[in-house]
Design a binder for this molecule. Sequence first.
Ligand code: GLP
Length: 257
Amino acid sequence: MSFAKHGRASSTRGVKNLNIVVVSPEKFGNTAADIVQRVTENTEAPNITFPTGDSPLPLYRELVNRYQHGKLSLANVQAFGLDEWGELEPGHPIRCISRMKTQLYSETDIPVEQIYYLEPNTDDLDVHCEAYDKRIADMGGLTLSILGIGINGHIGFNEPGSKATVRTRKIQLADRTLNVSQKYGFDKTPSWGVTLGLATLLESKEILILATGAHKAEIVHLTVNGPETSDVPSSLMRRHPNCTLLLDEAAAQLLKK
Ligand code: GLP
């Protein structure tokens, strides 16, 4: 594998099919937004997963900016939440759906009736999760899965140990996830979450994984160059035929030049 580092985006095919793109932090949001805009303009009703966390923030800022300047519409998007914390009451500001509303949904023209999300406070969570997968399947599957990478390689809340065949479900959060999630300012950090499963994500037509910052360099290196294993769920994404890993220079620093 090789990749060039420029001010402009540089791109190369890494292990298997992975398309690795490295950009400066200033260009990160723009590059990601170009991919989302291409999908929204070329698909009648794209089904897109939206993650929370820090990694997608430059993307969301740029999508909002383009919408405000009349350069982009998300009116045809069917938006699917990627994951959700358990143990938080509906409307809690740290909930993923609350953050997505603030950071993207309410700031653009995605119609509310086209926003779908996982609701952990459900009588029968297994049935709810199954229905979420079924809804996606009935709507033709995911068009684009936008994903972050946890510091332990989790994708959504598919923690280490998650196989490529798992579907949407409740999951106990890993200790490293609980530590990192202190940054959200929980009074009491939830011990479990609900997540779209790796199998549903791997069936997506296209995947865009976002990672920024030096603290992601080690897991990015393992994702690209380590063994393909459920111990590092992000490494399983390499088997997808159309997966882009978009990195800033700090996150890419351990990849071979
Ligand atoms: C969180 C979320 C993921 C997110 C990941 C990375 O716990 N469950 O969906 O992609 O961790 O977060 P960040 O982008 O803040 O590093």
